[in-house]
Design a protein around this ligand. Structure first.
Ligand code: PGA
Length: 242
């Protein structure tokens, strides 16, 4: 079942987020079927409200980050238990914007994954190479390195999780890997991870023109969509292409 995760980053204010949910409530629900699941990832302060709006509906709510620790003196952080309490079923971790702008390390990403599993939240774990590594042909090497410690954690438990391949150079740039590159990478990811609990996603410059093609890659089961998901008509078109 393809997953469509709308990563709204810091694009929408609280009012805009609530208005989006209310204005498109009926259509969003009818788009999310047995074959397609829509997951909305607004900012932290909107989670509770969105989760109330979509309670008992097929729309799932997702946080964009969580704390590495359970509780304590961590000003500005949000714990995984609270995310579960407000109804988050998913949480994005290790997004390249978190890794690059906020200096998150693999070790921090791993701690977050463990916290999420403890609270039965499905982690959407982002991995991907930067432009330099891509140009040097080191994509697989980088992915294997990022996955090594992640797989040690996922192997210890039995819950579902998502791995989102997001080439750093593709995010927000309008550039995407070629069809052949995507086929090669997802074939490799599938064989390397070899875990039926893992859902493989792609993210980076997805729009209503390219989503159909990208989704044809074998083993790919969903999309992490950034800016294009902020516009309802574009999101609707992307979902209808899958
Ligand atoms: P983009 O972002 O679709 O705007 O490139 C994707 C992401 O960062 O998850």
């Amino acid at each position: 079942m393809p997953l469509y995760i709308a990563n709204w980053k810091m694009y929408k204010t609280y009012d805009e987020t609530v208005r989006f949910a209310q204005d498109h409530f009926t259509e969003l629900i009818s788009l999310s079927t047995d074959q397609k699941k829509i997951v909305l990832a607004p900012s932290f302060v909107c989670l509770d409200r969105l989760s109330t709006i979509f309670k008992n509906s097929p729309i799932a709510i997702c946080a964009q980050n969580c704390a590495t620790e359970k509780e304590g003196s961590y000003t500005g952080e949000v714990d995984a238990a609270s995310l579960a309490q407000v109804g988050c079923q998913y949480t994005i971790v290790g997004h390249s914007e978190r890794r690059n702008i906020f200096h998150e390390t693999n070790q921090m990403v791993n701690a977050k994954i463990e916290m999420l599993f403890k609270h039965s939240i499905t982690p959407i774990i982002c991995i991907g190479e930067d432009r330099i590594a891509y140009e040097k042909g080191q994509t697989i090497e980088i992915l294997a390195n990022q996955l090594e410690s992640i797989m040690k954690i996922t192997a210890k438990q039995s819950q579902p999780y998502c791995i989102a391949y997001e080439p750093v150079w593709a995010i927000g740039s309008g550039a995407l890997p070629s069809k052949e590159e995507l086929i090669h990478i997802f074939e490799w990811l599938f064989n390397f991870i070899k875990d039926p609990r893992c859902t493989l996603l792609y993210g980076g410059s997805i729009n209503d023109q390219n989503a159909g093609n990208v989704l044809q890659s074998p083993h790919l089961e969903g999309l992490l969509i950034g800016s294009a998901s902020c516009n309802f008509q574009t999101l609707k078109k992307i979902v209808s292409l899958g």
